[in-house]
Design a protein around this ligand. Structure first.
Ligand code: ATP
Ligand code: MG
Length: 393
C-alpha cells in the first residue's frame, strides 16, 4: 500500500549552517540500517524533508521496526505516492488511501495541504477544501473538523504528490556520528549497555572495551558481552569492541593491595586502560554505567577515587537513575535478558567481603605504589594480547 515514507526529524541541533550535516548523517544512517531489510530503497532530501522510496517489494513491518531504532527520527509517516500530479489522480489516490487505511470511517478529519510546487494550479487552502469535499462526498460517515480532527490527512505537492495521515513515533535523539565518538566500558551487566545506548542517542558513535579474567571468567561470559555489543549496535551503528585480558593485573592487585580496596584499584586500572584505548580510537570521552550509591564502588567517595585517574571526560548517563528505571530501558532496548544470564563477572571474582565505601584518595594512591615496579609491563602485555572485533549492524 505504501511506496514511501516521510521522515520527520527532531529540531534540536539542526538550526543554522549545521543543518545539512545532521540531515546527511541521518540519510546515511537510514540507508545503512535499511541494508538489513528486504528490498531496495532510495533515500532523498527535498525541501528540508527526508523521503524513503521503496523501489521494490519490501516488508512494511520490518522497515518500521528498523526505522523506529534510528536515532534522530522524530516520526515516520507512511506515504501514498502519486507520480501523476493531475487533480483527478490526486483525488483518486486520497480516496483509495482512506478506503484501504480506515475500515471504520466514523471519524472527524481535516485535509492539510502543503504546496511546495508553486506552479500547481491550486493553492494550499484550495487543495484542502476541494479534497475535503471529495472525501465527504465519497464517505458520508466522515465529518470535517478543522480545529481538532481525529485524523489529519496531509497532501504535499512537490515533484510528486505525497498523501499521508499516520505518524509513527521515532526515538528522537541525534543521528549517530554527529557528536564525535566515546569509549564505553562494557561489562556483562545491566547498566553499561543502557549507558552506551543513552549516549549514542545523543549522536555519539561508540567504541567499547571489555575486561575479562580468564580462566576465572569463561568464554561464555565474553560471548555475552559480544552479544550485548551487537544489540547496542542495532541502535548505535557499528561498534569496535576491545577485549582486554585483565587477569594478571587483577591478581597483582589482589596480592599486593589491601583487599577492601581491591575494587576501587581495579576500577582505576580499567579507567586508565580504557582511556589509552579511547585516545587511540580518537574518542572524546569515556562512558560507564555507574549510578550513585548502587554498590560500594559507586559511592560519591568511590567515584571520586575512580575519576581521579581520568583526564578525558567520563560520561555517566545513569548517575541519578534508580535500578528499576535502568531495568526498564534495558528491557525496551532488548539487552535485559542477555544481561541477566548468570555468567561470572571479573569484578565479583576477587571481591572483598567488606569493600570500603568511603575510600580515601591518598590511601588508595599509596596502596597503588606497591604495584609500581610491575604494573607497566603488565599493562603493556594487556595491550599486546588484546582482541579487537568490529560489531556490525
Ligand atoms: P554493569 O551492570 O554495567 O556491569 P554494575 O552495576 O555491575 O554495572 P560495576 O560492576 O560496579 O557496576 O561497574 C560499574 C561500571 O564499570 C560498569 O557500568 C561498566 O561501565 C564498568 N565495568 C565494570 N566491569 C567492567 C568490565 N569487566 N569490563 C568493562 N567495563 C566494566
Ligand atoms: Mg558489573
Amino acid at each position: 500500500m505504501y511506496k514511501a515514507f516521510l521522515i520527520k526529524y527532531s529540531e534540536i541541533g539542526i538550526k543554522g549552517k549545521n543543518r545539512y550535516v545532521f540531515e546527511d548523517a541521518l540519510c546515511k544512517n537510514i540507508s545503512d540500517a535499511l541494508k538489513k531489510a528486504e528490498g531496495d530503497f532510495k533515500i532523498s532530501k527535498e525541501q528540508g524533508r527526508i523521503y524513503i522510496e521503496a523501489l521494490t517489494v519490501y516488508d512494511y513491518d520490518e522497515v518500521i521496526s528498523i526505522l523506529t531504532k534510528v536515532f534522530g527520527i522524530a516520526a515516520i509517516c507512511p506515504v501514498m505516492l502519486v507520480d501523476d500530479k493531475e487533480w483527478e489522480s490526486v483525488c483518486a489516490a486520497a480516496v483509495s488511501h482512506v478506503k484501504k487505511r480506515y475500515e471504520d470511517r466514523n471519524f472527524t478529519f481535516k485535509v492539510e495541504a502543503k504546496r511546495g510546487d508553486k506552479n500547481y494550479p491550486y493553492t494550499s487552502p484550495e487543495i484542502g477544501s476541494r479534497l475535503g469535499e471529495v472525501l465527504i462526498n465519497t464517505f458520508p460517515e466522515m465529518k470535517v473538523d478543522v480545529h481538532s480532527p481525529q485524523v489529519r490527512i496531509t497532501v504535499e505537492v512537490r515533484s510528486k504528490v505525497y498523501i499521508y495521515s499516520e505518524s509513527i513515533k521515532g526515538l528522537n535523539g541525534m543521528p549517530v556520528g554527529t557528536s564525535g565518538k566515546a569509549m564505553l566500558l562494557l561489562s556483562g551487566g545491566i547498566d553499561s549497555p543502557v549507558a552506551g545506548y543513552m549516549i549514542a542517542k545523543r549522536g555519539v558513535k561508540l567504541a567499547a572495551v571489555y575486561f575479562h579474567a580468564p580462566p576465572y571468567t569463561s568464554e561464555r561470559a565474553k560471548k555475552k558481552v559480544v552479544s550485548l555489543a551487537k544489540k547496542i549496535a542495532v541502535y548505535a551503528g557499528s561498534i569496535r569492541l576491545y577485549t582486554i585480558n585483565f587477569t594478571e593485573i587483577q591478581m597483582a592487585i589482589y596480592e599486593k593491595c589491601p583487599h577492601d580496596e581491591l575494587t576501587i584499584i581495579m576500577r582505576r586500572y580499567m579507567m586508565r586502560i580504557a582511556e589509552e584505548l579511547a585516545k587511540r580510537e580518537e574518542c572524546l570521552g569515556l562512558i560507564t554505567g555507574e549510578s550513585i550509591g548502587q554498590v560500594a564502588s559507586q559511592t560519591m567517595h568511590s567515584l571520586l577515587c575512580t575519576n581521579d585517574v581520568c583526564t578525558l571526560p567520563v560520561y555517566r548517563p545513569l548517575i541519578a537513575f534508580d535500578k528499576q528505571d535502568i531495568v526498564e530501558i534495558s528491557q525496551k532496548i532488548d539487552t535485559f535478558e542477555t544481561s541477566i544470564l548468570p555468567y561470572e563477572d571479573c569484578c565479583t571474582i576477587f571481591v572483598a567481603k567488606h569493600p570500603v565505601t568511603k575510600p580515601n584518595l591518598n590511601v588508595i594512591r599509596k596502596s597503588e605504589t606497591k604495584l609500581e615496579e610491575i604494573i607497566d609491563d603488565m599493562i603493556q602485555r594487556a595491550y599486546d594480547t588484546m582482541e579487537i572485533e568490529d560489531m556490525e549492524i
